[in-house]
Design a protein around this ligand. Sequence first.
Ligand SMILES: C[S@@+](CC[C@H](N)C(=O)[O-])C[C@H]1O[C@@H](n2cnc3c(N)ncnc32)[C@H](O)[C@@H]1O
Length: 339
Amino acid sequence: MADTTSNPQEILSALNDMATGFMKSQALYLAAKLGIADHLSAGPQSSDALAEAVGANPGALYRLLRFLEYLGLFYEPEPGKFALTAMGEYLRSDAPGGIRNEAIFNMELIWPGWGELAYTVTTGRSADQRAFGASFFEHLQQHPHLAALFNDSMTRFIASMAPAVAAAYDFRPFRTIVDIGGGHGTLMAAILQANPQARGVIFDLPITVEGAQKYMVELGLSERCACLGGDFFKEVPPGDAIILSAVISDWDDEKSVHILANCRRAVAPEGRLLLIERRLIPEEPAPATAFLDLQMLLLGGGAGRTAGEYRRLLTEAGFELARIISTGTQRSIFEARPV
Ligand SMILES: C[S@@+](CC[C@H](N)C(=O)[O-])C[C@H]1O[C@@H](n2cnc3c(N)ncnc32)[C@H](O)[C@@H]1O
């Protein structure tokens, strides 16, 4: 990327933001965790009343609120009383498009890995065992409230893309469509709604697939969709189209080929494997992709990959990359056929 500025003041201000960014993340996290915005939803409150409601030290909470006021989340309509700004409203649990869960998720699930960045950069190994004493997904299974945060976050992300992904690909030739690591079923729901001929299978870890089951019942799709718990490193259910959306990017090459090889055994001879992933284009650096690439490495040894890298993994697992289809979202569809 080219130099963007040579103004020393701008440079130092940007560097200072980087050096102190954790303070803002921690303050936002704590406000989210304590539910401060929910307590202020009915109107302004004194910091003492808030401290009592959330079980905090009044003086210390006041100082946190002043910092968050400076960050733009609250204002003081009168001294010592705090109210939500338009920005602060997004920290309410019931705010449409709100980020309360995100603020908690980032600190409780993502920060521990970033705290081990030096270990990962020194060794090239993922940080999850050091950060959690378990792999990232084992850790989620052991802590259902974290699994709920993670799955909510995944659902929000895929919800913004699912209709476009479902519309970008012709699923009409397929009777059974299997979404491996399908989370709470948002993508599968969009595909089934657009393709009345199809039946679906959502396959994910047992704790996650419970959420998918509930969601299918809510949408009236449970008759057309089975929700199966299991481990994609052991085996995956058979299907005419097998989808892996944001799954392979979680894993290193060896584990990715292992999952893909299990899909190879499960896909129908004339069927298709659809990888739904961001496509890394080295000559078009995207800040979000660079950051996610590092995050994938930290949390499980995964990676953002180029088309060539996906092609190589697919070939090793017995597939041929047939097409890459743009969806108009951050993710593309890598269509592969068994060979
Ligand atoms: C990054 S999320 C992607 C979720 C969803 N496909 C999407 O596009 O938003 C990865 C998914 O893989 C699932 N997963 C992780 N390890 C698994 C395993 N061993 N067997 C089955 N699913 C697994 C997770 O529970 C999670 O739902």
